[in-house]
Design a protein around this ligand. Structure first.
Ligand code: ZN
Ligand code: ZN
Length: 231
């Protein structure tokens, strides 16, 4: 499991939708200490004795409470859980030591990349090749600037340590090697400053994919299982 911004009760309500029980979760990986990612991590870990992996910076925030089963991600070094190899990716975001993740198993590579104000050449390099990506499409720039957020918040979201816009997500997709890419799920969409239909249209056009091939993670529904394979 990557992050947990839900209460234990909400997690127990959502897991059966994807046919999972909490006992089947081998670990919780923490990306950073913002509430929407960390608020449920400690309680879930303690209740079901699930080990947690997090950077020292995330842990120092103290937002997880007491964690009896904790592993520290040191220096963005790769580590494994069972047969899953995990490479932490360093991202520009206004948290203490934020990271995102690239998962590798049997030559298949899947990246989760949300909560970053911009992408770096290093990230583009680390994503090569990549078979699937869960990519932040936080806001439409025009909707953000014309929207209801206070000015300081608009500047934070749009800043280099904030969140990726649809335009930036498309630029990243255009810069990365896409030959092996089979799955793109747009994630971390702002409810106020973005529109799922617009995101699907923009990504489908940029990737030259049919509209229905682009998936969107919705805050209430999440998304179903998807398969990616080595090509
Ligand atoms: Zn977030
Ligand atoms: Zn964040």
């Amino acid at each position: 499991m990557v992050d947990c911004g839900f209460t234990v009760k909400e997690v127990l309500k959502r897991l059966p939708r994807i046919d999972l029980q909490p006992e089947q979760i081998d670990g919780i990986l923490v990306t950073h200490e913002h509430q929407d990612h960390i608020s449920g991590v400690g309680a879930l870990s303690r209740k079901f004795s699930i080990p947690v992996w997090a950077t020292r910076g995330s842990l120092l925030s103290g937002k997880c409470g007491n964690l009896p089963h904790c592993n520290i991600i040191e220096g963005f070094n790769p580590f494994s859980i069972g047969s899953l190899n995990i490479t932490p990716l360093s991202v520009p975001h206004d948290a203490r030591e934020p990271c995102q993740f690239l998962f590798t198993q049997d030559q298949v590579r899947l990246a989760i990349l949300t909560d970053l104000g911009c992408f770096t050449p290093k990230i583009v390099e680390q994503l090569t090749p990549c078979h699937g990506i869960l990519l932040e499409c936080n806001h439409d720039e025009e909707m953000l600037w014309n929207g209801p957020y206070p000015d300081r918040l608009k500047q934070r979201v749009a800043g280099r340590m904030g969140h990726m816009s649809n335009r930036q997500a498309i630029e990243l997709l255009q810069q990365m090697e896409r030959e092996a890419l089979q799955l793109v799920i747009a994630t971390h969409l702002s409810e106020q400053n973005n529109c799922p239909k617009l995101v699907s249209e923009l990504l489908a056009e940029a990737l030259n994919w049919p509209l229905e091939k682009v998936k969107i993670a919705q805050q209430d529904k999440g998304f179903d299982w998807h398969e990616v394979c080595s090509t």
